[in-house]
Design a protein around this ligand. Structure first.
Ligand code: CP
Length: 338
């Protein structure tokens, strides 16, 4: 694909060589993301960060990524504080906001909404999550994390064995990640969920069409013993018509250190797109795993900054200029010591 000026709406846009280009660019962003160096290649550019649904990581990391490349960020947070509540259409909103911005990131609770918005936008739009449909930038940072974690174990993404656990019906991150894994070879995917929250058949079929081994199960402990990655997810209570229905599934698939020690191979990587639900009745990823060196969830979140910087640099066609305009940082930076 040609990144320049592209909307990023779905993982289906990507080929394997695009992933390689993105990850190479992401590697080059690391010193800037860690504030060891700075660059101003997006000076004068404005990101419209439109989040019509709750977010911590995606909104802040997109905004920070743009700032770290020298650009400015304007935000709208919550549908109730935008004129969507007055009946303005997504298409009119897009026409207006794309006059104020050079690129837009958007999250919205309805599947397909970001694509509809993008169809009327005059600037590139990145999907920050549209309902239970897709979350492409999350899948890209997840895969980047998988690659980095496996590399330290002398492995690559081809041949990876991954268990996706939890709400696979409404969890958009696992939908996008499944599509992305179809670009790789010889993958084993174990899908652990209550049958009511199983991965939609279309994603399962795509994984099988890609030649991957797929196991569908509602049993956790017996199915995490032969995988390289356990990718836990939260029950997406906000997608249930009756939120009390979510109570039936919360806490069903808990991973803690005792279960990990008993059932997982010693170097199994633990991932989660976050937020993890730390309420006692949920607790799908126990805090007693926090001292486990294989817990990659915060490295995963950090990688979000790097991958999102790479997306901006490629879409706005400045990736080749980032180092040329590098400067030293002048403030005390604890990361410079590492
Ligand atoms: N992973 C993720 O999308 O987190 P937020 O909902 O906090 O953005």
């Amino acid at each position: 694909m040609d990144f320049t000026g592209a909307h990023i709406l779905s993982i289906e846009q990507f080929q394997r060589q695009d992933i390689e280009t993105l990850f190479r660019t992401a590697d080059a962003m690391e010193p800037y993301a860690q504030r060891k160096k700075m660059t101003r290649v997006l000076e004068g550019a404005i990101l419209g960060n439109m989040f019509f649904e709750a977010s911590t990581r995606t909104r802040i990391s997109f905004g920070s990524a743009f700032n770290l490349l020298g650009g400015e960020v304007r935000e709208s947070v919550g549908a109730e504080s935008s004129s969507l509540v007055k009946g303005e259409s997504l298409r009119d909103t897009a026409r207006v906001l794309s006059g104020y911005s050079d690129i837009i990131c958007m999250r919205h609770p309805q599947a397909g909404s970001v694509a509809e918005f993008a169809s009327a936008s005059r600037v590139p739009v990145i999907n920050g999550g549209d309902g239970s449909n897709e979350h492409p930038s999350q899948a890209l940072l997840d895969l980047y994390t998988i690659q980095r974690e496996l590399m330290t174990r002398g492995r690559s993404i081809d041949g990876v064995r991954i268990a996706m656990i939890g709400d696979l019906k409404y969890g958009r991150t696992v939908h996008s990640l499944s599509k992305l894994l179809c670009l790789f070879r010889n993958v084993k995917v174990v899908l652990v969920s209550p049958s009511e929250l199983a991965m939609p058949e279309t994603y399962v079929a795509s994984l099988r069409d890609a030649g991957h081994q797929v196991v569908v199960t509602d049993q956790l402990e017996a199915n995490i013993s032969s995988v390289d990655i356990v990718y836990s997810t939260r029950i997406q209570e906000e997608r249930f018509q009756d939120r009390q229905q979510a109570d039936l599934y919360r806490g069903r698939f808990r991973l803690n250190q005792a279960i990990y020690t008993r059932h997982c191979e010693p170097n199994t990587v633990i991932m989660h797109p976050l937020p993890r639900d730390s309420r006692a009745e949920a607790n799908e990823l126990d805090a007693d795993l926090d001292s486990n060196p294989n817990l990659a969830i915060f490295r995963q979140a950090d990688n979000g900054l790097i991958v999102r910087m790479a997306l901006f640099a490629l879409i706005l066609d400045v990736a080749h200029l980032v180092d040329k305009y590098a400067q030293d940082v002048r403030w005390f930076n604890h990361r410079s010591r590492s």
